[in-house]
Design a protein around this ligand. Structure first.
Ligand code: SF4
Length: 348
């Protein structure tokens, strides 16, 4: 694990306040988290929303975690243009992230950035299972029609946090990777910038139904825009360790950032990837640029007026802010040269 993240977790362990919903108390997962914070102050609350949804941000809250029971849906359908198939879902087990990427939508999606863990895993698994059961007739029908080649259902676990980085608290991998192994034609993606792969290596099997998608960017952009994340070298090391153990690994190049001198920066980066990772062993590659809706763009601009990358985007006719067509074309060419099968998404 990244040394800075380790230090942060150690600091949190010593000074933490845990807000625990009363209804979350009987769950073993709650106890697992409490046990990690021997010196923490425990505060019992009625409903996590009383804290999480309020604008009561201050220094103390920054060192706080909320443990809650998720009573609403944990699974929801992806937009139609999203990724592998048109039959895929997000699901959430936690919200917010220990990393601090400048461009991350979590910065404006919620009223504060406290880590929130949901602990009723069995309810979440039940909802996923029901979704799988309900989806299979649809998948079979589509296969017979030969409409889609990829007959898998996909579940994306990391839309609201970097799941792997906080695995030591959540036990996510130990809980959900074996769970997904029970199903045919069903895949889970864990997307991460973390090099905390120990929980994966400590599994007693190599998962068939989980893919680890490493998000990579050039080192100088990691330093500038992906605060607290492991450096590129550590991420590449984690990729290679998992490949050596026959894990299914994806590379995700996102978001591609249109900084000054981007062509040279990304050219060197691609060389680094080609030199240090055996692309033959990579399951697939994916590249995507920075994209904001008009509303999100104005929210983040208000909050972070000094964030330079915002001024490198332009609004297009569909009301999305993205990099210019020229920059997108340059990136397209570069990443297709790296891997002709590279999936390049979120164009227009
Ligand atoms: S690692 Fe992902 S979830 Fe975490 S701050 Fe960065 S972009 Fe957001």
């Amino acid at each position: 694990m990244n040394a800075r993240v380790k230090i942060k977790i150690k600091f949190l362990l010593e000074t933490m306040i845990l807000y625990i919903e009363k209804q979350a108390l009987p769950y073993s997962q709650t106890q697992n988290i409490i046990n990690k914070f021997k010196n923490a102050t425990l505060i019992h609350i009625d409903n996590y929303k009383n804290i999480f949804d309020k604008n009561i941000w201050n220094h103390k809250l920054e060192k706080s975690i909320i443990i809650a029971k998720l009573n609403s849906s944990s699974v929801w359908k992806t937009p139609p243009w999203y990724w592998h198939t048109d039959n895929s879902y997000f699901f959430k087990t936690s919200i917010n992230c220990i990393f601090d990427c400048s461009y991350c939508f979590l910065k404006w999606a919620f009223k504060n950035s406290m880590m929130l863990f949901f602990i009723n895993y069995e309810d979440i698994k039940k909802e996923i299972k029901n979704t799988i059961i309900a989806s299979f007739p649809y998948v079979r029908e589509r296969i017979q029609d030969r409409v889609i080649k990829n007959n898998h259902l996909w579940f994306y676990s990391s839309d609201y946090s970097d799941i792997l980085s906080m695995n030591d608290l959540s036990n996510f991998s130990q809980e959900f990777i074996p769970f997904f192994e029970k199903f045919e034609n069903t895949m889970m993606e864990i997307r991460t910038k973390s090099d905390n792969i120990t929980p994966l290596l400590n599994l007693w099997f190599i998962p068939k139904n989980t893919e680890i998608a490493f998000s990579l960017n050039p080192q100088e952009l990691i330093e500038k825009y992906e605060s607290k994340t492991p450096n590129l070298e550590k991420r590449i090391k984690a990729v290679n360790t998992l490949l050596d153990k026959w894990f299914k690994v994806w590379l995700r190049f996102l978001p591609l950032l249109p900084v000054q001198n981007y062509k040279n920066i990304y050219k060197d980066f691609i060389e680094q990837i080609k030199t240090n990772i055996n692309l033959q062993k990579i399951h697939s590659t994916f590249a995507s640029w920075l994209l904001y809706t008009k509303k999100d763009y104005s929210t983040i601009l208000k909050k972070y007026p000094d964030l330079d990358i915002l001024y490198m985007l332009q609004k297009e006719d569909d009301d999305f802010y993205r990099e210019s067509r020229k920059v997108r074309n340059d990136f397209y060419k570069m990443f297709k040269e790296l891997d002709e099968n590279c999936m390049i998404c979120l164009d227009d």
